[in-house]
Write a protein that binds this ligand. Sequence first.
Ligand code: SF4
Length: 79
Amino acid sequence: MNWHERAACRSEDPELFFPVSDDGSSLLQIERARQVCHRCPVLRECRGWALRNGETDGVWGGLTPRQRRELSVPDPAGA
Ligand code: SF4
């Protein structure tokens, strides 16, 4: 079975996972999306997919675009 088929967000409004920003009036929406992610059985698979594919929009695996960018910053030492 594909991990997408076990996603908790399948029964949610997709708009919930695509806030217009990372702050301000979007914070409540982001928190609601993250609550769904944190009860999702495929959070790790989803997060890994978003990080590997450089997904730039939306909440994936409980992470906002900003949080994913921070995790994806290359090591300056090149390690
Ligand atoms: S972690 Fe969040 S965005 Fe990813 S599949 Fe689960 S509910 Fe959907």
